[in-house]
Write a protein that binds this ligand. Structure first.
Ligand SMILES: [Zn+2]
Length: 376
């Protein structure tokens, strides 16, 4: 086996931001939220679309959830800078309770939707004016365009508490283990302050735009969204026309809810087969793998970033020392091996065929105690 026959593939996790809005239109010009940019209400069929694309590609789609329009109790009244009306917030004008109940039941029972914590109403309000697109960042001088100042830990807690209060009051049952800052990560990911608060809420994985490398902070694996994908408010997409990604630059796919949706929600499922073909096309590129969920993705990303492959006599050495230093555990590692170079021996782990692709095979290595694995 040559070094060129082996790769640690990058996990193409599909992330859809801003799931949860009741209404899609971007109304920042009226000091309301940015939402999904889609000029119609969001309905149950829009969640079915996520789940069915997930089922087609056997991946739990990472849906970063905005929950403010689910507020029927006036929770946001007590949350600073969270809404256009401040303490006079009367609950969301866009909430249709009967429809929301159907959506909640569907999400709770869905196999392929993973809910991640995103925000309340996504943006930052000051005296009724929407002055910024990052809920956890205060524009300097409280004016639009002001340099972003990271909010205090207590401020952050009031927002995360409100999110969990609305989530739990509604009876959502999926545990939340991952996070995404609205509007990009800013500087929040660079030190261990912000993550120390996220840890209190059980967050284990964090992926965002505006991050340039994988890092671990307070036991949370932080990853960049690598593939910009499509304009944020684009919908009615034909996936057959989208490019094949390059494994040198690809990674977590920064999608947005509308990209799977149609203007007419009755047509949402029409292109599920085309989405399946799109992801199969990506998966058949040597260097890509389709992950099952954000945990698979985060660990594989950690290995891809920190592990080192080298030749060692007639064996390939997979050195996971740096990955294990950053995040001590023994999660499986996936490797891709070109056809004709099938491994016959593995020291330091148990190797098994995971899936056969075009021209290569993905293998799963269940690790034993060591950080160094040899493959022949
Ligand atoms: Zn967002």
């Amino acid at each position: 086996m040559l070094l060129s026959d082996v790769r640690i593939p990058v996990a193409l996790q599909l992330v859809l931001d801003d799931v949860g809005w009741m209404y899609g239109r971007d109304e920042r010009w009226e000091n309301y939220p940015s939402r999904t940019g889609m000029p119609r209400r969001h309905v149950l069929e829009d969640y079915v679309a996520i789940n069915e694309v997930g089922r087609a590609i056997n991946m739990k789609i990472h849906a970063t959830f905005v929950i403010g329009e689910w507020d029927k109790w006036g929770v946001l009244r007590k949350v600073p800078n969270s809404n256009p009306f401040g303490e006079n917030w009367n609950g969301s004008p866009h909430l249709n309770v009967a429809e929301a109940e159907k959506i909640r039941d569907y999400i709770n029972g869905s196999e392929y939707i993973e809910i991640a914590l995103h925000g309340l109403l996504h943006d930052y309000w000051y005296n009724g004016v929407n002055i910024g697109g990052r809920e956890y960042e205060q524009p300097e001088g409280n004016v639009k365009g002001g340099k972003g100042i990271r909010v205090s830990n207590d401020y952050l807690r009031t927002h995360l508490d409100a999110f969990m209060e609305i989530y739990n009051n509604w009876g959502f049952t999926k545990p939340i283990r991952s996070f995404c800052c609205p509007g990009g990560a800013g500087t929040a990911w660079k030190d261990d302050e912000f993550s120390s608060v996220l840890k209190e809420y059980g967050i284990k994985y964090w992926c965002n735009g505006g991050i340039d490398r994988c890092r671990v902070s307070n036991g949370i694996i932080i990853n960049p969204k690598a593939v910009p994908f499509l304009p944020w408010e684009a919908y009615d997409i034909n996936p057959a026309k989208l490019e094949t990604l390059n494994p040198e630059t690809s990674g977590i796919i920064s999608g947005h809810w509308p990209c799977l949706l149609r203007y007419d929600p009755e047509l949402n499922l029409e292109r599920v087969g085309d989405w399946k073909k799109y992801f199969q096309r990506q998966a058949n590129v040597f260097g890509h793998i389709l992950p099952r969920d954000i945990a698979f993705t985060s660990h594989q990303q950690l290995y891809r970033y920190f592990a080192k492959l080298s030749e060692h006599g007639d064996m390939i050495k997979l050195d996971l020392t740096k990955a294990d230093e950053a995040y001590p555990n023994k999660q499986p590692v996936y490797i891709s091996v070109k056809d004709g170079a099938a491994p016959t021996q593995c020291i330091g782990g148990v190797i098994s065929e995971y899936e056969k692709m075009e021209g290569f095979i993905n293998y799963k290595i269940d690790r034993t105690a060591t950080s160094i694995i040899y493959i022949k």
